[in-house]
Write a protein that binds this ligand. Structure first.
Ligand SMILES: [Zn+2]
Length: 378
């Protein structure tokens, strides 16, 4: 079992102030007990974290540049926007940490070129071992139906078979996508939605492939930050198609986080996207939870087993590190019990990423993790 750490240094425009001394102390404490395999760090460019990088290097850990792709870089280039059925969607969600969750069109190759230019200009000289790419997706239901029923920009309309807005009209209010089954990490659902999500998957793959080729040419390893499988279906992330591109993948299995990529948050966004009738919202939520088995105690381990099956069936060498929240904040009420349960739940994975921010991980959470780790894995 490998242990990897993740550190958020702030968005492009709003750096956080990482407490470097405290972070080093936490890293020392972890590495006294468990080898740290890698550190995923990003993505603000103004922070001086050289001491942290040096420490990780000295203990033999790899360092990945955490880099958002189709969101969050909008201050650094003029990206072609994503277009929903009713124009450019407006995301009003604000976590107050500099992340905007505004997405550009994930299909347009000009946007990929701009990401490469940004990397080349701002990140390339940081001499990391790899790049850990995040936000490689379409937006979720965070902006209602319009952010998922996309993209209708000229590029997408001319190059992909995107179902027309009329074809995506919702006929069943409580099971709007007609989901009937969740099997092998994928939903069975109404044909037009299968067509939409297949276009999303294909567009993300077609964009990420040249991006990964570029990083490979620089001799860098590649990590992927992906939604948990059962919500990845809605955002153009197909594990079977994306995993062959990378050396490591971190599914974000944030079971208690009430913020984007957090499982309760994304279920809530799906449930409230179609109308504001509270009864319908509850029914939509129940149906999704029943079909996926979300409330079952083995839900997380089943998601993990599903990903490991993809890796086994395709004989991939990729490492699968479960992303588990360890930091504490208002949106992620992590407890001792949650950490202990998580350590047990991930036993079929290759390891863990202590997500998503070592800076805001309390010391006692690290102790809970190390104790549970020792009990279960040593
Ligand atoms: Zn587009």
């Amino acid at each position: 079992m490998d242990l990897n750490v993740q550190l958020f240094t702030g968005g492009c425009k709003e750096p956080v102030e990482p407490d470097v001394r405290q972070i080093l102390k936490k890293l020392r404490r972890i590495s006294e007990k468990v080898n740290i395999k890698s550190g995923l760090i990003g993505w603000n460019i103004d922070m001086d974290i050289s001491e942290i990088i040096k420490y990780l290097r000295d203990i033999g850990a790899e360092v990945y540049q955490w880099l958002p792709v189709f969101s969050e870089l909008d201050g650094m280039a003029d990206f072609a926007p994503i277009v929903g059925r009713n124009g450019i969607p407006k995301i009003t969600y604000d976590r107050g940490n500099g992340e905007t969750f505004n997405f550009c069109c994930p299909a347009n190759p000009e946007n990929v070129d701009k990401v490469i230019n940004i990397y080349d200009k701002h990140y390339r000289n940081s001499a990391f071992d790899g790049v850990f790419i995040d936000k490689i997706r379409f937006p979720s239901f965070i902006g209602g139906q319009d952010t998922v029923f996309s993209c209708y920009c000229d590029y997408c309309k001319n190059n992909y078979d995107v179902p027309s807005p009329d074809e995506l009209s919702v006929v069943d209010a409580i099971n709007p996508l007609g989901i009937s089954e969740y099997k092998n990490l994928r939903y069975l659902m109404d044909d037009f939605y299968l067509q939409l999500f297949d276009y999303n998957d294909t567009a993300v793959l077609n964009s990420i492939k040249p991006l990964c080729d570029y990083f490979r040419e620089l001799g860098l390893k590649i990590g992927l930050d992906l939604f948990a499988p059962f919500v990845s279906n809605f955002v153009g992330q197909n594990y079977s198609r994306l995993l062959p591109l990378a050396d490591m993948v971190k599914p974000m299995l944030y079971k208690i986080t009430n913020a984007p990529a957090g499982l309760p948050f994304e279920i809530e966004m799906y449930s409230t996207a179609f109308d504001d009738n509270p009864e319908n919202t509850q029914k939509r939520k129940n149906i999704l939870k029943n079909i996926t088995g979300f409330e079952n105690t083995d839900f997380i381990s089943r998601e993990i087993t599903g990903i490991m099956d993809v890796i086994k069936n395709q004989k991939l060498k990729i490492k699968m590190y479960a992303g588990i929240e360890l930091n504490y904040m208002d949106v992620a009420p992590v407890t001792k019990e949650y950490i202990e349960e998580s350590v047990k739940n991930i036993r079929n994975a290759d390891g863990i990423v202590t997500s998503w921010d070592l800076n805001t991980t309390p010391d006692n959470h690290i102790e809970y993790l190390l104790n549970a780790w020792e009990t279960v894995y040593e």
